[in-house]
Design a protein around this ligand. Structure first.
Ligand code: GAR
Length: 208
């Protein structure tokens, strides 16, 4: 049974999707062993507590910079004996001390179709604002491994939705979460736990 450690910063709807998938038996060979939040007030912590999942709070603002912060996260991941780390709405870019310690063992959900609308500064609603500003007709979400460059690791799964003329960032975000993120993140975690993701030349291939 793999130890899944989920990192969160906010509302935690993706964490909830993982908890539900685990409870429904969709994620088989893994259990959410710990939830770590960068934000002491994140509602995601409540979701974890409601499901008897141990939590840790490592507040981003208590650390001087991303390197010190990442070292604290790395210590926690090691203590938790993490087999898989899931960034589920985690709003801090981790330093390479973490990504190098866990190659192809950190999964992120990004709310756009990488390589568009991604990288530093593209997170949360800002992504959907940029999509609407540009006027693209399709957006979606990407589940990918995390490496030392923001949103640049191997892509595991992607799904698309239509962008509609009268969309607001909030409406588009909801459509993408409901139709893509909450389905594909649990699926990718399940595939990982069952060793069905193969890496060849830095690309991820699903062997289902
Ligand atoms: C999600 O849309 C997720 O894709 C995005 O933040 C939201 C978190 O929602 N993540 C990023 O932008 C990371 N770059 P949640 O807390 O309800 O899961």
């Amino acid at each position: 049974m793999k130890n899944i450690v989920v990192l969160v910063s906010g509302g935690g709807t993706n964490l909830q999707a993982l908890i539900d998938a685990r409870n429904m038996g969709i994620i088989k060979n893994g259990r959410i062993s710990c939830v770590i939040s960068s934000n002491p007030n994140a509602y995601a912590l409540k979701r974890a507590e409601n499901n008897n999942i141990p939590t840790r709070v490592i507040p981003r603002r208590e650390y001087r910079d991303s390197i010190y912060y990442s070292k604290a996260i790395l210590d926690a991941l090691n203590e938790e004996k993490a087999d898989l780390i899931v960034l589920a709405g985690f709003m801090t870019i981790l330093d390479r001390c973490v990504t190098e310690a866990y190659p192809y063992r950190i999964i992120n959900v990004h709310p756009a179709l990488i390589p568009s609308f991604c990288g530093e500064g593209f997170y949360g609603l800002k992504v959907h604002e940029a999509v609407l500003d540009y006027g693209v007709k399709i957006s979606g979400a990407t589940i990918h491994f995390v490496n030392e460059k923001a949103d640049a690791g191997a892509i595991i799964l992607q799904g698309a939705v239509e962008v509609l003329n009268d969309d607001t960032p909030e409406v588009l975000q909801k459509r993408i979460m409901e139709n893509v993120e909450w389905k594909l993140l649990p699926k990718a975690v399940s595939l990982f736990c069952e060793d069905k993701i193969e890496i060849i030349n830095n690309k991820a291939y699903v062997r289902d």
